[in-house]
Design a protein around this ligand. Structure first.
Ligand SMILES: O=c1ccn([C@@H]2O[C@H](COP(=O)(O)OP(=O)(O)O[C@H]3O[C@H](CS(=O)(=O)O)[C@@H](O)[C@H](O)[C@H]3O)[C@@H](O)[C@H]2O)c(=O)[nH]1
Length: 384
């Protein structure tokens, strides 16, 4: 089975490409490498030193004998995309190739437009390329739990059955995203759903929660295969940031009250979830939605867990409640379903003391690379 991983040079994409290659899939990576460019523009570097994509792939081949084809280019360029698909002939497309940071999308108008054009046009191009020449190919698209927002009712997996004035229907679950980035994913979901309904394409939208961790079996094999681990205020995400902050003695940056609750998962489960989706494809015409997370936590609870784990290792860890740079509910109901991937056989790696220890130790190992100026959030959702 041939799988093209779009965005295969990024945090989730790199881990997934190696995992699938190790499991015997024929893997190609398509990536524009723009994420490395955005790091340069923002003046930030991931905690871990990441090798050039070509060196990474050479090392993978030397270690395992498995080769991964590389296509460098941008899927917003339809000609490049179409040429690549014809060359590679994929059976499944795994699409991580989007601008994925909420703060980045909220910097200013330019970054909002960049995010939405990049994400929506890239995915639209994919849908048209599939419609033209690869109508049977299965699209596995990374969506986000943030598409739903934080409604005061249970969150279902993509659809909700509603009774209204004596009639009943199962309809797309209402969306109330919290950033221009999260909105771009909602727009994608609508476009993909349309392509499935009208053209009979098949797709799975993986509404992923916040990913944490850095090691997978494959990326841990060699220093040159090491994954990125972002800690800065733009691309760093909650738990990873807290561990790195604890390791360098920076107070943990809880935004506001800290009751913000989200779905979380270990990166070792991200790669497995993608494989489960590929191995059990959607039917022609089906737009399938899986909620891809394993546990729910509030950011305040996560900060406490990191503080306790850090204290146990002899680190002094403080928790700071900062003025929230985002506009979001800080105390709210949150109960999201996540049974579909479990039904397909996902065995979650739940957040444990040993994972926190390993992440903290990882952060301590690379602490010299941390630029302390990049920790505090600088992007505000507020009007002024
Ligand atoms: O130092 C921090 C960082 C974040 N938060 C809070 O933690 C929550 C999550 O923020 P995040 O930065 O960890 O994650 P988010 O911006 O939601 O985006 C990340 O997680 C999303 C899944 S979800 O959150 O929408 O379920 C993915 O789609 C995105 O690509 C990924 O960057 C927010 O309430 C935020 O205010 C803090 O309190 N302190």
């Amino acid at each position: 089975m041939k799988v093209l991983v779009i965005g295969g040079d990024g945090y989730c994409g790199w881990a997934t490409a190696l995992y699938l290659s190790n499991r015997g899939y024929e893997v190609g990576i398509l990536d524009s490498l723009v994420r490395r460019h955005w790091d340069n523009e923002l003046g930030v570097e991931t905690l871990t030193p990441i090798a050039l994509i070509q060196q990474r792939l050479q090392r993978w081949q030397d270690l395992t004998g498995k080769s991964i084809d590389l296509f460098i280019g941008d899927i917003t360029n339809y000609e490049f995309l179409s040429k690549t698909l014809h060359q590679f002939q994929p059976n499944a497309l795994v699409h991580f190739g989007e601008q994925r940071s909420a703060p980045f999308s909220m910097i200013d108008r330019e970054h909002a437009v960049l995010t939405q054009v990049n994400n929506v046009v890239g995915t639209l191009n994919l849908l048209y390329a599939m419609r033209e020449d690869f109508p049977d190919c299965h699209l596995v698209k990374l969506g986000t739990m943030g598409e739903y927002g934080t409604p005061n009712i249970d969150i279902e997996e993509g659809y909700i059955t509603i009774e209204h004035n004596g009639r009943k229907d199962t309809l797309p679950y209402p969306k109330q995203p919290g950033s221009m980035y999260h909105l771009s994913k909602v727009h994608d979901s609508h476009n993909i759903h349309f392509a499935c309904r009208i053209w009979g394409l098949r797709a799975t939208d993986l509404n992923q929660g916040v990913v944490y961790g850095v090691l997978t079996e494959e990326t841990g094999m060699d220093e040159l295969l090491i994954n990125r681990l972002d800690y800065d205020g733009v691309f760093g995400t909650a738990l990873n940031r807290f561990c790195i902050q604890a390791a360098i003695g920076h107070p943990l940056t809880v935004y506001g009250k800290g009751g913000q609750t989200r779905g979380f998962l270990d990166i070792r489960d991200t790669v497995r979830c993608v494989e489960l989706a590929i191995a059990n494809p959607a039917q022609p015409g089906e737009f399938r939605v899986f909620n891809q997370f394993t546990e729910q936590f509030s950011v305040g609870d996560l900060a406490l867990m990191v503080k306790n784990a850090g204290n146990a290792m002899g680190l002094k860890v403080e928790i700071n409640h900062l003025d929230n740079p985002r506009v979001e509910k800080e105390e709210h109901y949150f109960n999201a379903k996540n049974t579909k991937l479990l039904d397909l056989g996902l065995q979650p790696h739940l957040l444990s003391d040993s994972l926190l220890d390993s992440l903290l130790n990882f952060a301590i190992k690379y602490q010299k690379r941390v630029d302390h100026k990049q920790i505090m959030p600088k992007v505000s959702w507020h009007r002024n």
